[in-house]
Design a protein around this ligand. Structure first.
Ligand SMILES: [Zn+2]
Length: 466
């Protein structure tokens, strides 16, 4: 009898659970995050911690449901972030470069706009500019993704409740008097701008309806609006994605019965455009930190919360393996800064002295990458680096233009050599058509398992919440 009672109680619970309404959706997008960015990040950390390979896991790979999505766009076998973001926000493919519009430049309604109309609180956050392609895809509708000022105008017109990230790309527009500073425009539309966590703390008790949380800036956003610091380069006091998510959750929960949050790990892509593995893996873990906050929230609201993690495309054609059956990912722990910062160190050295000594170049390699100390450099490898040094001394250095930054040739060569020695391969400095992973946990999560096209993800979220 007692057993029967427990059984019926279980059945009742199951029925009630299946009717439980989803009130909280977390949509994580790792920009440029293919399977190998995730797996590599886990194997790297396992190796560094002396654990068996893959023992140290990110949260997403522990989720009960997973699958893959193809990412090609309407126009290209290999998508850009605008077409991919549009698809992940609307369920429709479009041409590369187009944001929030179809191939005929008609606006497409996004899942965030739909839910906003239904009274949900909406949060859009990223490690890059809040008007960049992925966040922009959720509120903006422009024929060209680089129409940043226009995207910025549409950001505050969306009336979404919370934005978090580095800032606006071009808050002052064309520096034309007709262009209103985008921060002032947002304020005139009822947004409170918080520059860094100290200002968030100061706002705590006041009545704020809508918030934009950005990095602290020197001159009102004109300088540091493009991206947060890479996790590998972060210093105490730098704004992090985890802090943004930790701010957004209580902010939205207090003001809305239901909320939808898109959280982008935007700089995984930036690091992979630079073929910089240690920095990319650091960004995967950085997104994992932010996900932990969402996961903690999920644990307290399991029946009402859905977490979906995916990527817009893979970047770099990252391969774990470049020769035989060896991987030496642990070598990457000798890298102390990103390729961007390393390149800047070399650029500064040559600015200060047109012909610095080879030893001063070696010293930077030693300190930042562990060359000639923790990592053995062969005579041939040294010869190649020295040839680049000699070219630089003649003022003829061929720096590498990547999507988001030109990297000094010596910096670039150092990272490329380290990655090669770790047995990492890169096929491109652009995107690839590799399928991307999907991970899901919570109410409705089972729908996301299996092989999908990226057009199917938004309809699945819609099905889950309606
Ligand atoms: Zn992207």
């Amino acid at each position: 009898m007692k057993r029967l009672f427990i059984l019926s109680l279980n059945i009742l619970c199951c029925i009630l659970c299946s009717f439980a309404e989803i009130k909280y959706v977390f949509y994580f997008i790792g920009d440029g995050m293919g399977d190998n960015q995730v797996l590599g990040a886990e194997m790297y950390r396992s190796a560094v911690q002396g654990e068996p390979l893959g023992r140290v896991q990110t949260l997403m790979t522990t989720f009960p449901y997973s699958g893959h999505a193809s990412t090609y766009s309407e126009s290209n076998g290999i998508t850009d972030s605008a077409a991919a973001g549009t698809c992940l926000a609307t369920g429709n493919k479009t041409t590369n470069g187009t944001l929030g519009m179809d191939t005929y430049n008609s606006p497409l309604k996004t899942i965030a706009e739909e839910l906003k109309e239904q009274g949900w609180g909406i949060g859009i956050m990223t490690t890059v500019a809040i008007d960049h392609a992925t966040p922009g895809a959720f509120y903006a509708h422009v024929p060209k993704r680089n129409q940043y000022y226009k995207i910025g105008e549409q950001l505050s017109a969306s009336n979404f409740d919370f934005f978090g990230g580095a800032g606006f790309h071009y808050p002052l527009g064309k520096k034309d008097d007709k262009d209103v500073n985008l921060y002032r425009l947002a304020e005139s539309r009822g947004y409170t701008i918080a520059h860094g966590m100290e200002e968030v703390a100061a706002f705590k008790d006041s009545t704020i309806n809508k918030m934009i949380l950005v990095q602290k800036t020197d001159d009102d956003g004109a300088k540091h609006g493009d991206n947060l610091m890479y996790s590998i380069d972060q210093r105490e006091g730098d704004l992090t994605l985890k802090q943004i998510v930790s701010t957004a959750i209580p902010f939205l929960e207090k003001r809305h019965e239901r909320f939808f949050m898109m959280v982008e790990g935007g700089m995984i892509d930036y690091a992979c455009h630079g073929d910089d593995a240690a920095t990319a893996f650091g960004e995967v873990w950085d997104m994992n930190e932010a996900m932990q906050v969402a996961y903690d929230f999920y644990q307290a609201h399991q029946d009402e919360t859905l977490i979906v993690v995916t990527a817009d495309h893979e970047t770099g054609g990252l391969a774990l393996g470049n020769s035989d059956y060896t991987l030496q990912l642990e070598l990457l722990q000798n890298q102390k800064c990103s390729a961007w910062v390393l390149g800047d160190l070399f650029a500064r050295l040559f600015e200060e002295n047109k012909k610095p000594s080879w030893e001063s170049v070696q010293q930077i390699y030693r300190e930042e990458l562990g060359f000639w100390s923790a990592i053995e450099i062969t005579a041939d490898e040294e010869k190649e680096l020295k040839a680049l040094y000699k070219t630089a001394c003649k003022g003829k250095s061929k720096d590498t233009k990547t999507m988001y930054k030109t990297i000094n040739a010596l910096g670039n060569a150092g990272i490329a050599l380290l990655d090669k020695k770790a047995h990492i391969g890169w096929t491109t400095r652009a995107h690839s058509a590799h399928a991307v992973p999907i991970f899901a946990i919570g109410a409705g999560a089972e729908k996301f398992s299996g092989w999908h096209d990226n057009t199917e993800i938004v309809p699945l979220i819609r099905q889950a919440v309606q």
